[in-house]
Ligand binder design. Structure first.
Ligand code: BGC
Length: 452
């Protein structure tokens, strides 16, 4: 399936776009909370601006067999185009990945640790896997790269999903216990910690241009039911695909508990969470833009007041009508494949996130699904320039981390989409650096687009 995995409200999503991860998770939620604007904080002076590339464990490591999503890929019926299998074999080739980041001239590598490896059974922690991830952190440091570590990038252990996932009242404590172990193993070397990656996706689904069809909902339910059955459970619930109200309150509480657990280990480690935030544009006098923001980001902003920064992840603009997102204007600049071309979206999101939270902002993901790398090559300088303009206007931005380092397993869409700065041969795992990667590296070495 060649669908572009983007927030359903972003440009490029058409009625014909079928299953992708973001659609699956758009099952609706009612939580509404006001965005809490806290006191503005200056960016910590001690950190240089981070220029990075990102990966996530399940998408690149391979054979993540104890994870909830691995099981969903295997069951029948499944909503996954193909299984993740060996992925990019980064489990064995992570040194090569780090070496590429370094050789490009970047100074930061964002990756995630896999809970299902670290805690394969409840309360049973694997020192060997903790050591593995600690080695990546240490190696990044040796290479002069800042390791930005995500503690949860969607996947959880199968046992956790089979126990109700984030809807389980014990979830915050279970997550905090795991975060404590991870922090004790590697916090000393981590540059910035992210508790969660885009836990707000389900809420965004309420505003999608094209709501999930009943057929899609049924398919998701059937896949989760098959996973529950295979686990001997009656409920298999995962991030962004559970019952929204208990799931969101579980995640929010888990963020607070995890932050406390990590801080208890290392009080000066900057901690935040990454949210999926498109560049929302109000359409019409009755645009629901403020309601959308309150619903989709508000519950998270409300508990981020004690965070050190906010991670933003942006893949385009969303045009917000009265009750849901609408198509981009007909005269909007288009990509060859049809979606809107607007790399400057990230600059607007950086400004919005700072205004709404008062926190320093880190671009933890920004990118483009482009088989033709020349599109990405054009995208990057425009995106970076928009971030630089925000910085110039006083927004404290900690870094720009591109998604993704590698062409990888794009969740339900399998290996079709190409977000990578580096391609990966599906049989030999050979990495080939694309021109866009060199472009980003040149910008990083020059200290920015304006500087370069
Ligand atoms: C996710 C990544 C994903 C990317 C592109 C982000 O939402 O964090 O895991 O691959 O978008 O769809």
């Amino acid at each position: 399936m060649a669908c572009r995995p983007a927030i359903a409200s972003e440009p490029g999503m058409t009625a014909g776009t079928r299953f992708d991860r973001r659609e699956m998770i758009g099952l609706g939620a009612a939580a509404v909370a006001a965005a809490a604007a806290g006191p503005l904080r200056a960016a910590p002076a001690s950190h240089p601006f981070l220029w990075g590339a990102a990966t996530a464990g399940h998408q690149v490591e391979g054979n993540n067999i104890n994870a909830d999503i691995w099981l969903l890929e295997q069951v029948k019926p499944t909503i996954f185009a193909e299984p993740s299998g060996d992925a990019c074999d980064s489990l064995h080739r992570w040194r090569e990945d780090v070496a590429i980041v370094k050789a490009l001239g970047l100074n930061c590598y964002r990756f995630s640790v896999e809970w299902s490896r670290i805690e394969p059974a409840p309360g049973q922690f694997s020192q060997a896997w903790l050591d593995h991830y600690a080695r990546i952190v240490d190696h990044c440091r040796e290479q002069g790269l800042a390791p930005v570590v995500t503690f949860n990038h969607f996947t959880t252990p199968r046992w956790f999903a089979a126990a109700g996932g984030w809807e389980n009242p014990d979830a915050p404590d279970l997550f905090a216990r795991y975060c404590d172990r991870v922090a004790r193993a590697m916090a000393a070397g981590i540059s910035h910690a992210l508790t969660f990656n885009e836990p707000n996706l389900a809420l965004g689904g309420n505003w999608a241009i094209h709501p999930l069809s009943q057929a899609m909902r049924d398919a998701v339910a059937a896949c989760c039911a098959a996973a529950a059955k295979a686990s001997g459970s009656d409920r298999f619930s995962l991030l962004n695909a559970g019952d929204p109200a208990p799931m969101i309150s579980g995640v929010v509480a888990a963020h607070v508990a995890a932050r406390a657990a990590i801080r208890a280990v290392r009080s000066d480690l900057p901690i935040g969470m990454s949210l999926a935030i498109p560049d929302n544009v109000a359409v019409g006098a009755d645009s629901g833009i403020e309601r959308k923001r309150a619903e989709v980001y508000g519950p998270f902003f409300a508990v981020m007041d004690k965070d050190d920064f906010i991670g933003v992840q942006t893949y385009g603009r969303a045009f917000v009508g009265a009750d849901r997102d609408v198509d981009p204007p007909a005269d909007a600049p288009k990509r060859p494949g049809g979606g809107e071309w607007f790399p400057a979206a990230i600059g607007n999101v950086v400004r919005y996130a700072y205004k709404a939270t008062g926190l320093p902002v880190m671009v933890t993901e920004n990118g483009i699904d482009a088989a033709d790398d020349s599109e990405r090559e054009r995208f990057i300088p425009e995106a970076v320039a928009s971030v630089e303009a925000a910085r110039h206007d006083g927004v404290p931005v900690l870094g720009y981390i591109h998604w993704s380092l590698l062409d990888n397993f794009e969740w339900m869409s399998g290996y079709g989409p190409k977000f990578g700065l580096v391609s990966v041969d599906r049989r030999t795992f050979k990495r080939t650096v694309k021109p866009s990667a060199k472009r980003l590296g040149a910008i990083a070495r020059a200290g920015g687009v304006r500087a370069g």
